[in-house]
Each structure stands twice: as C-alpha cells, then as structure tokens.
Ligand binder design. Structure first.
Ligand code: GLC
Ligand code: GLC
Length: 651
C-alpha cells in the first residue's frame, strides 16, 4: 500500500542508510521492503510511536533488515525465491517432522549429522533440533535459558558443526527447525549481567521494580507456570535491589518488548539464524510476549502485533523462512497465532496443535472419542497458508487445556474429568496401565499436568513388566493408532525423539541434581541405539512400532488428500468409540479418504448408514490404504478391531 507519511519516512531512511549498506545490490530487498513497509511502519508505530526515539529506532530496524539481507547467501536467496513462487510448499503432505534433543538423540551436533540416514529410513524430512544455544549448566531449563543467542553450546559443538548439519540436511531436503527463545534470557546473558551491574539501558530490556507494589498488582491475575519449584512471577535480585519479572524459572528473565531495542535485537537474532540455514524458526513461549497489569499476561493483542512485525520484517530479508508459534493455550487463542485480522497467515505459518494432542490423550484414557469429536468440531477454522504441527508427545508436559464447553458437551463435569485424566495417566486410577507423573500440581487451583513418555503413557512399560503379550500388543496398537491420526489429520506431523520405537520413561533424572525437581526429564531420555537396532528384528516391540509408523509415513506422503488445504470434514459416526473424518483432495474433491479410528479395547463397528450424509457411497467397496486390504464388512457395517484404524478409499 502507498501511504505518504510512511513513504517519505522510508525515503529519508534509505538516504540515511550507512554507506556500506547503500552501496550493495539490494534489488530484491527494496522490492520486498516497499511491499511490506506500510505494514511494518504501522505496526512499529502502534507499538513504539509514542517514544521520542521512534525515528532513530525505525532507522535501526530498516538497517537490521538490510544488513541481514546483505549477509544472506546466494544459495539461501535462491531457496527464498523458489519458496516465494511455490508459496504453499509447506502445506504438502510430504513433510513429516521429528523433534529431538541433540545430546539425547545423538552425542552432539557432529553425531547428529551422522544420524541423518535414520531420518531417511523412517521418512522424516523436518527436524526440530531443540535448543542448542549457549546456556549455563544447571540453570538451563533444558536449553530454554539462553546466555548467548549467537553461540552454540560448547557441549554440543561449534558453529562449524552446526553449519555442517544445516548443509547435510539441505542436501537431503530435510528442513531444519531451530528454537529461538524469544520471551526471556538466562540471568547469565550479557544483557542481564549488564543490567545487574546497574546499566540502565539494559535494565530497560527487562521488567524491574524497586518494591513489591507493581509485582503484587501483576500477581493478582498472573498464573504460575512452575508453581511447585518456582512459585511466583518475580525474583528478588540482590545486586540491583530490584524485583525482576521471571515468569518461568527464577533464572529466566522476561524480555520487555515495550522497548524497541529488545525487538530489534531479537529480529537481528532471528535473521542471524535464518542466514545460517535454518528453514523454520520455532518461537518459544510466544503467548507471553506482552505483559499487562490486570491480565494473565498471555495472548495479549500486542504479543500478536510483535509477531506480525517480526514476520513482516523477516519476509523482507529471508522470505523463505517460516515461523512456528509455540503457544500452548486455549483452542480459541491458539488459532490467533496464525494472524488475527489477516486472511492469509500473517504471524506464524505454523502453530502447535496442543488441542488435538490433549484430545487424543483423552481418547486413550476414556476409550471413546466423545471429547475428541466435540473438540475437533469446535476447532476454529484456520487461515489459508497456515498449518498445524500435529503431535502426540513433545519434550514438555501434557496439559488438559480443552474448552470446558466441549467437556460438558461430551457429558463430563470439567473439574472432575480433568482430575480423572491426571489420575489415569499417573496410574492412580484403578486399572490404568499408564505410567506418567503428575507435573506441577497447583494446590491453590487444583490444576495439574502430566509428564511421561508416549509409550509409558500408552501402557507399554506396564505391559512389558507384566510380560503379558496381549497387553503389549494392545499398547503397541494404541501407539500406532495415535500416530495414524497425527499423520492423517491435516498439518505437519511432528514425532518426538524415540517414540518411533517405543522409548519408555527414563528415571535417571532422579539422580541428577539439576534435573530431579523437574519431572519432564522422565521423557527426555538418551536414546539407546543398541535397543533401537531392534527395529530391524522382527518380533520385537521396536520392530512393530517402527515399521508401522514408517509405513504410515510412506503412505501419507503419497496421498495428496492428506495435504493441508482445509480439506477435512469431521463425521459423526454415531458411535462414541470412533473418531471419523474425511480427507479429500482439494483439487479433486471426489478423491476421498475416510479415516476411522477405534479408541475402545473392544471391537466396534462403523455403520455406513449413519454417515450417509457425508458423501461416502454406501455401496462402495473399501480398501484400507494401510493394510492394502478390504476391512471386514457385514452389510453396511465395517468392523474395527480394538485400537484399530483404517484409512479407507472407495474401490
Ligand atoms: C517452552 C518450552 C519449555 C520451556 C518454556 C520456557 O514452553 O517448550 O520447555 O520450559 O518454554 O522457556
Ligand atoms: C506452560 C506454557 C508452555 C510451556 C509449559 C512448560 O504451559 O504455556 O508454553 O511449554 O508451560 O512446561
């Protein structure tokens, strides 16, 4: 859009750009800056226009983008251009992701590069390498407390090792996802250290208060993230004699985005990694980016504006790079991280589908799909050019953050139902085979979350201990069932670490002084690659899980109806135990896949008459893409064995 005020400011800025910048060939940069400038200016003005230093800050912002562009390699720029042309590239069904800790999955970055064949064996072509940037020993929150955003943690390697991973991945068409912890720094970050020494300009990077007056106001409405081991949202700093806002752990200082200098620093960091070959930036804890008294300090409108601004700026410099929003919040809020007022995604192209994740676990515990159905039915519709990251497990705890209205519609009382889920997954509920742990129970609110590995939560650990082959096989079926949904739902599936071969809980964190108070470490194990070899030995649990998932991935990649173009229709199967939806090819809607999954421990049937409104031909013969066979069918009823799923096409 052409608008006089911003345009004349842009001209003034361009005249003022430092000579080494203005001398470069900035053709593509200028085109994109011109296209985005009005939006960038408006957002920057909304956030910082009241400040006396608005203009110099705006100049710095443009300089940061220009500098980033100049440093972008020809190879990466070619990728940018290619992705601009094929702008829906990431909605394809061909992408399948995996998240891992470098030193859990491998020894270090060099070893991770050597493990690339494993990704190819399974079919993984997007790898989320969890935080690898410099952070203190101990006070690290698993890497989410960064002390230097531009350096690799030396326990994992150095920049060269990183560049080799990026190159190796690029050669094999594997997308590299990297975490940037945008909400807070470690208290050992240089900015925090300077602030602690009394430097006012760095104190302004954070939230600091001389006494409890303002912190107490904030506390009235702010929830606690780690109530058990880090209660409260502020930490007293002796050196400064000030209270510092620390929403997560006491050593994670929240950054103050009402200061434009913080915004520009962070943009510079994002572009730094974009220029080192990162394809997708995972922006950590984005819901928390704006703090306002009288609110929960989550999902604030300005947090969205900051993300929009980051996106617009990143598009000027490195348009091929995508953002993932890590916002584990209520369903109606998550969707806003694609961009609230936009038609096509304007914040993050990708967001964690925490709602589906929690709903799937509800299905496992209740053995029915009632809440799953309600939850999916009320999924707000998504923008174009936006996609979900569908996952079953990740490195964090599971929170049962579904919408209470859906819980009620499914026939439960919300408080009692959540308590049941926590009891079920911690194994306290009679007959539950799950081996999870309660994470951060909050006595005041009654809230609690769950830690535990996918396999242990699905009952594999208990079944193996029992030595009962039937229970083992049921647990394996549940694990495969869960994966069959994230692989067919629509969006990018994200597998976690060793889940593809059923890695169990790891109790060794209890002996580690830095970890024992945070039971999320139970599901962040070091992979035992000897055991992983079992994936090649028929008859083992590892073999059963690995080969099932591998096959699902291969079929997904060949099924264009599984691409994500808002091409899913939820179907009421009139059977509480079944989740049923149709995926269709958005270009050829007659190409359909009927996905149906039985969450029950008993066989169930799908009555085709009941779903006759869905456009499925009642008299078709069906083939299950997964087994290649027709399912057992009697008259108009398709039979699903316990914990079984079908991906059905009409013959
Ligand atoms: C994100 C991470 C989590 C971490 C938190 C604070 O939610 O996934 O592991 O504790 O941010 O950085
Ligand atoms: C909170 C945050 C989420 C984070 C988690 C850490 O739930 O919303 O972002 O992953 O804490 O366990």
């Amino acid at each position: 859009m052409y608008e006089q005020v911003s345009h004349s400011l842009l001209n003034a800025i361009l005249d003022n750009l430092r000579p080494e910048i203005s001398r470069q060939d900035l053709r593509h940069f200028y085109t994109r800056l011109g296209a985005n400038f009005y939006a960038i200016y408006s957002l920057f003005y909304t956030l910082y226009g009241h400040r006396a230093d608005f203009k110099p800050q705006m100049l710095r912002l443009v300089e940061t983008m220009a500098k980033g562009y100049i440093r972008r390699s020809a190879e990466l720029e070619a990728i940018d251009m290619q992705r601009e042309q094929d702008h829906n590239w990431f909605l394809s069904q061909k992408w399948v992701g995996m998240a891992l800790y470098t030193n859990g999955f491998a020894e270090n970055l060099a070893d991770l590069a050597d493990k690339t064949p494993y990704f190819q064996e399974l079919g993984i072509n997007m790898v989320h390498v969890m935080p690898i940037l410099m952070c203190p020993t101990g006070k690290s929150d698993g890497g989410y407390a960064i002390s230097d955003y531009r350096q690799i943690d030396d326990r994992l390697g150095d920049m060269n090792d990183f560049l080799k991973v990026a190159e190796e991945f690029r050669k094999r068409d594997i997308l590299l996802v990297l975490d940037i912890v945008v909400n807070h720094t470690s208290d050992e970050h240089e900015w925090a250290k300077k602030a602690a020494m009394g430097d006012r300009s760095y104190q302004d990077y954070y939230f600091m208060f001389d006494n409890r007056e303002i912190p107490d106001m904030f506390e009235q409405t702010m929830p606690e993230i780690f109530p058990e081991n880090d209660p409260g949202n502020f930490t007293w700093n002796e050196a400064m004699q000030k209270w510092v806002m620390t929403v997560f752990h006491h050593y994670q200082w929240d950054l103050n985005y009402s200061n434009p200098a913080v915004f520009i620093e962070m943009l510079d960091i994002l572009l730094f990694w974009a220029n080192r070959g990162v394809d997708v930036l995972r922006l950590d804890a984005v819901a928390f980016l704006w703090k306002k008294i009288g609110t929960t300090c989550q999902n604030e409108r300005n947090a969205h504006l900051i993300l929009q601004l980051l996106k617009d700026c990143c598009q000027v410099t490195a348009p091929g790079v995508l953002f993932i929003a890590e916002a584990i919040v209520a369903p109606v809020e998550i969707i806003k991280y694609f961009g609230e007022d936009a038609i096509i995604a304007k914040e993050c192209e990708i967001a964690y589908n925490a709602t589906l994740m929690a709903l799937l676990w509800d299905g496992i515990a209740t053995r029915n799909a009632r809440l799953l159905y309600q939850g999916i039915k009320h999924f707000p519709s998504k923008l174009e050019r936006a996609t979900w990251l569908n996952y079953v497990r990740c490195h964090d705890d599971i929170g049962f953050g579904f919408d209470d209205n859906d819980v009620i519609a499914a026939g439960y009382e919300p408080f009692a139902h959540r308590k049941f889920l926590v009891d079920y997954f911690s194994g306290r509920f009679a007959g539950s085979p799950a081996r999870g742990l309660v994470f951060m129970p909050n006595q005041a609110t009654g809230d609690a979350r769950i830690s535990g590995s996918l396999a242990s939560l699905a009952g594999l650990e208990a079944a193996l201990e029992d030595g009962n082959p039937e229970l083992v096989s049921a647990a394996v079926d549940r694990i495969v069932l869960l994966h069959s949904i994230i692989l067919s739902f629509g969006g990018m599936p994200l597998l976690y670490n060793g889940d593809a071969f059923g890695v169990l809980n790891d109790y060794s964190y209890l002996d580690d002084a830095h970890k024992h108070t945070d039971n999320r470490w139970i599901h962040r194990p070091k992979i035992n690659w000897e055991r992983a070899e079992n994936r090649k030995k028929q008859g083992t649990v590892e073999y059963a899980i690995f080969n099932a998932i591998k096959k699902l991935i291969a079929i997904r990649k060949e099924t264009s109806a599984f691409a994500d173009f808002n091409n899913r229709e939820l179907v009421d199967a009139r059977n509480d135990h079944l989740l049923c939806f149709i995926r269709f090819n958005h270009q050829r809607p007659s190409e359909r896949i009927l996905v149906v999954a039985n969450f029950d421990a008993h066989p169930q049937y799908l009555d085709l008459e009941a779903i006759s409104g869905s456009g499925i031909n009642l008299y078709s013969q069906f083939i299950d893409l997964y087994s290649g066979r027709s399912p057992a069918q009697y008259e108009r009823r398709i039979v699903l064995p316990p914990y079984h799923f079908y991906w059905l096409t009409e013959k």
